[in-house]
Design a protein. Structure first.
Length: 236
């Protein structure tokens, strides 16, 4: 700043009683003083902007961390990981499963879920589980893996709460929760049981589980957004 350098000069001139010289000197220094004040004000604004930007960045970081930890985001990440696993499957692995003359129950039941989710009509579940020969036909399809990779919940049975509950009850026991009191007719499907029977089908099992977990969360999110949109329109 220029002011510390001027202070001794001003005091010396004032002490000498030279008012005209002092006034002249101040007139000469006035532009420099004003420039110094402008520079100081600019620095203050820059500081305020930096503080505001830092605060906004911290808020955005916290919001992203909160969103990343939300159930729907966690479920979506699980679905993405499961899809990556399925994408690693090839025709050889699928053909090895299809060639089984009498598959282990966890393998067959997992493929029944794939059949219902991906290759069903999207409006209903079959009255009886498909025979192994029907599941072999599904595995023989040239677009089998492509259909799974391109699967979208919209238009599938995942949009139907009653069918989703029926799937959970049939394959995972009761309502699909560990605390359900309803006893399933057969042992609930578990990753451990499927993995013991077939590593390849275990990847499909994880994909199914991810879809079943993600679907209701996405529906809740859509309802919340619709409610929020309706509220904002009401305010307007």
């Amino acid at each position: 700043s220029i002011l510390p350098h001027l202070t001794p000069i001003i005091f010396a001139m004032a002490a000498a009683g030279d008012a005209d010289a002092l006034r002249q000197k101040l007139q000469e220094l006035l532009p420099a003083i004003r420039e110094a004040e402008k520079a100081l004000e600019a620095k203050r604004r820059q500081h305020d902007e930096l503080v505001e930007a830092t605060s906004a960045a911290v808020s955005a970081r916290d919001a992203l961390a909160e969103a990343a930890a939300s159930p729907v985001c966690v479920a979506q990440q699980a679905a993405n990981r499961a899809l990556a696993e399925v994408s690693s499957l090839d025709a050889k692995a699928v053909n090895e499963v299809r060639a089984l003359p009498s598959p282990p129950k966890p393998v067959q039941r997992t493929l029944e879920l794939i059949h219902a989710l991906v290759f069903g009509d999207g409006k209903s579940l079959p009255k009886a589980a498909p025979a192994w020969s029907d599941l072999q036909k599904m595995l023989r399809r040239t677009d089998f893996l492509a259909r799974i990779k391109g699967f979208r919940a919209k238009g599938s049975i995942l949009e139907n709460d009653a069918l989703l509950a029926q799937l959970n009850a049939t394959y995972f026991g009761g309502d699909g929760s560990a605390t359900s009191a309803k006893k399933p007719a057969v042992a609930p499907l578990t990753e451990e049981a499927v993995r013991r029977a077939s590593q390849a089908v275990a990847m499909l099992y994880l994909w199914v589980q991810a879809q079943l977990s993600l679907a209701p969360l996405l529906k809740e999110g859509e309802k919340a957004r619709a409610k929020a949109d309706a509220g904002s329109l009401g305010v307007q």
